[in-house]
Design a protein around this ligand. Structure first.
Ligand code: GBH
Length: 449
């Protein structure tokens, strides 16, 4: 149990960036400001998808409390903020009529960051697809890839002159596999054909948006991928094979497309029959050079083989837990996985390309007691992961930034509001914000040289 960080600010390079990360649907409140309906609103309203039918309609009420939230970041002492814009807030129908109120909101938000010395780092897609586009097939429909590039252009034309970086997609694996195969996130599909199309069309949409933003002269363009440290649950051949395939789907598919212009053969063997026709012609634009890569890391996965396969022959892969301590999400705490992945990504795919940790953090059983939250576990968690980042830097990994997930407790998707990831506690009745012990510890760490 430790009250403060053992890692010091001065252990990191002087120009290293610390920030916090959030996303629009998880904090803003989709009921406010003439935001259009998105597939998360519908997904949450259908039975069995989100605990207690919770949703992001009010979320943290950030739409009305944004200036106080920016103050909290400024007082924390970070120099950067990773936020996202909601497609449905800016284009309620997904295309056509712009909701000026929505664009104005982000405009003043970005100005508010600059006034407080916070570099604005924008993510264009953190999962709230407008219902109008979900209705035409969402990421299974190639038309949506063009509409995404149009949306990206609208946002960047308005905000681009003040942004430090722009990310197309947050976590393509979640957008595709988690949402179209595991059914865990909107649109809640469980279908190899659906996920195969999405796993290609999301990179296509990325490539189109990237080209559009380059044409506008926008700088520092990137994408954010999520990674797990994957290994076999035991020494059996079956577990090793299942782990390899899981790791391919999770860690190598999008990296392969983006950095080699080729999907990995072992995964492609299962998806190719279902990919959209002419997919090979898209690979050139998918691998267009990026300025940086964002990495989200939370946990490891120990994989064993199941007994079954799906109707298209994809073998069942089972995620298991080992003996490590777990967070409130029941995720094993495995900081070494972050160090391993940073080195592996650099050595295998990205070389000298600047990298950033765009999300890392934990859900904790945080209780407000006498006006404070004593989240020692989060301090220890971040400290251990900061150490891994430091050794990677020492080892030559061009890691430039670290964004903690998350600034404040928020709508944790299918798990609703009681999985608390924040440095700041949110009371979801009064919307009162209370900085936790981890906030104060990070503040002290950033303050001392
Ligand atoms: C991120 O996704 C999201 O970008 C963010 O919006 C979210 O709030 C945050 O993480 C916290 O969840 O249950 O053992 O099978 C995280 C991606 C995908 C990581 C699912 C863990 C499941 C591990 N996650 N994965 S397990």
């Amino acid at each position: 149990r430790q009250p403060h960080f053992t890692v010091k600010r001065s252990d990191f390079p002087e120009d290293f960036t610390f920030g916090t990360s959030t996303s629009a649907y998880q904090i803003e409140g989709s009921a406010f400001g003439s935001c259009g309906p998105c597939h998360w609103d519908s997904f949450a309203a259908a039975p069995g998808n989100v605990v207690r039918y919770e949703n992001g309609s009010k979320a943290c009420d950030h739409y009305h409390r944004w200036d106080g939230d920016l103050d909290l970041m400024q007082q924390l002492g970070v120099s950067a903020y990773r936020f996202s814009t909601s497609w449905a807030r800016i284009l309620p129908e997904g295309r056509g009529q712009v909701n000026e109120e929505g664009l104005d909101f982000y405009d003043k938000l970005v100005d508010g960051m600059l006034e407080r010395g916070l570099q604005p780092n924008l993510t264009l897609y953190h999962w709230e697809l407008p219902n109008a586009l979900s209705d035409i097939g969402g990421w299974r429909n190639r038309d949506v890839t063009d509409l995404f590039a149009d949306y990206a252009e609208i946002v960047v034309k308005r905000l681009g002159d003040r942004l430090s970086s722009v990310v197309t997609f947050n976590e393509p694996w979640c957008v595709t596999w988690y949402s179209h195969f595991h059914g865990a996130h909107a649109p809640g599909l469980r279908d190899i054909r659906a996920v195969s199309r999405a796993a290609h069309l999301v990179p296509v949409a990325h490539g189109k948006a990237l080209a559009a933003l380059r044409a506008l002269g926008q700088k520092d363009l990137g994408i954010v991928l999520n990674f797990e440290h994957v290994s076999p649950f035991d020494e059996s051949h079956a577990s090793k094979t299942a782990a390899k395939l899981t790791e391919g789907i999770y860690n190598r598919w999008f990296l392969g497309g983006l950095f080699k212009g080729a999907y990995p053969d072992d995964v492609l063997a299962y998806l190719e029959p279902h990919l959209p026709e002419g997919w090979q012609q898209d690979m050139e634009s998918i691998k267009a050079p990026l300025d940086w890569l964002g990495i989200n890391y939370y946990t490891r996965n120990l994989v064993s083989a199941g007994e079954t396969e799906d109707d298209a022959g994809l073998p069942e892969m089972i995620g298991n837990k080992g003996p490590l301590p777990r967070t409130e999400m029941d995720w094993e705490v495995y900081p070494e996985g972050l160090g391993y992945l940073l080195n592996w990504i650099k050595d295998t795919y990205t070389g000298d390309l600047p990298l950033a940790i765009t999300e890392n953090g934990m859900a904790n059983n945080d209780k407000l007691v006498n006006g404070s939250v004593d989240d020692q576990e989060r301090i220890a968690f971040l400290d251990a992961h900061f150490k891994q980042a430091l050794s990677a830097i020492e080892n030559g990994v061009p890691l430039k930034a670290y964004f903690v997930w998350s600034l404040m407790d928020n709508f944790e998707w299918a798990l609703g509001y009681d999985k608390r990831f924040g440095l700041v506690h949110v009371d979801f009745d009064s919307y009162k914000r209370t900085p936790k012990a981890s906030y104060h510890a990070l503040q002290a760490m950033l303050d001392k040289s």
